[in-house]
Design a protein around this ligand. Sequence first.
Ligand code: IFM
Length: 464
Amino acid sequence: MSIQLPENTKMLASSFTYGVATAAFQIEGANTEDGRLESIWDRFCNQPNAVKNNDDGRIACDHYHLWEDDIKLIQSLGVDAYRLSIAWPRVIQLDGQLNPLGVRFYQEILKALKQANIKTFVTLYHWDLPQHLEDQGGWLNRDTCYKFRDYANLISQALNQYVDSWATFNEPFCAAILGYELGIHAPGLSDPKYGRQAAHHILLAHGLALPVLRKNAPSAQVGIVLNMNRSYAASESSEDQFAGLMRETLDNQFFIEPLMKGQYPNILQVVAPHYLPAMVLEGDMDIISQPIDFLGLNYYTCNHNAFDAEHFFLNVKNSNEVEYTDIGWEVAPHAFKELLINLHQQYELPPIIITENGAACVDTLINGEVNDEQRVRYLNAHLNAIHNAIEAGVNIQGYFAWSLMDNFEWAEGYSKRFGLVHVDYQTQKRTIKRSGKAYQAFLKARNECLFKTVLEAQKTIKTI
Ligand code: IFM
């Protein structure tokens, strides 16, 4: 099994960007080095049983020390771009000023990527809020939005020359809802009134940072990354249909509608006002809904929802025989295509970049090789789903596989592996898996095909 797309697809054009993605806390380690401050995830990992096996991010993939080799690895895959995140607690000191050592770390990485001709996609917030801000209420405190804007201002000035694309936030749903409503992620609070207020403040912080980024980085693309799963009703019954609608509303529309239309979904006012943020000030929705250059979308799976009187929906398994990944997520490329087409029909979207997509598999290293054929099939099917969505009119301009390498999978610790590259956490040895080789081969074939097209174009020009 390899990765193959139809020959005539727009996804083979040079304008379509292929990359791999990571996030700071998941790979860097070195969480007390060079003046890095404590983050909410350092604190959360220290709470007994908050994370599987009580794993933490102290070493992770030791990328803080191994980044040069990791960039060679990225280069060897033949990707056009690398998506990484900046750790806010590494680059901003307690006094609000830049930490020169933390900044230098990212400058070196970004510079090396540019030298390797790899485009740089930088996310400002991939969930690692400085703990001292959480101590003052974190995303429940409106002041954090202004702190985020100030951080965005300083760091974009420091890194601007090396960055092609800035995303303000990765997955506001996870940061706000898993962190403040469901208690699964840091900081571990559990109440809809917290989750929805945190979400509003994150969206507001995104809007406050936009003009700052545009001013400091006028030639870069600026956007935000949302995660979306396709929500289905578990059955045809009207109760389950309602459950599917509520899941879609609370998980997906709650985030995209304010960005695209400057409002929270109306249905919530009628059926679930306690799932609306209590404090929205005049002008907030205009700040949130300013135009963006791209919308990043992270897609992994779909869900099926039965009615539940207390929570509106209850996650149930697909009633058909379907395939799952090691994290228990259904493999659903058809749902990916549907999701993309639905969004395209619902909104006037900016260009979409698939900023994450991938699978957790039971990967075992045998004789120096990892034969992750499920991940190869997964990538192939999802890339083809994107092709089908493009054919149906959706403007998609890039794809990033999650993830470059195995890493700290949040509440699941190191028990789930998403990498195209295997990491031995004892030795920090990296081994490219079969999926990494398949992606590499696919990109090589695409580049050869681009090269052929250029040669043919040159020949035609000569004969004119
Ligand atoms: O590992 C995460 C990533 O940090 C955000 N998106 C989903 C991935 C897999 O769960």
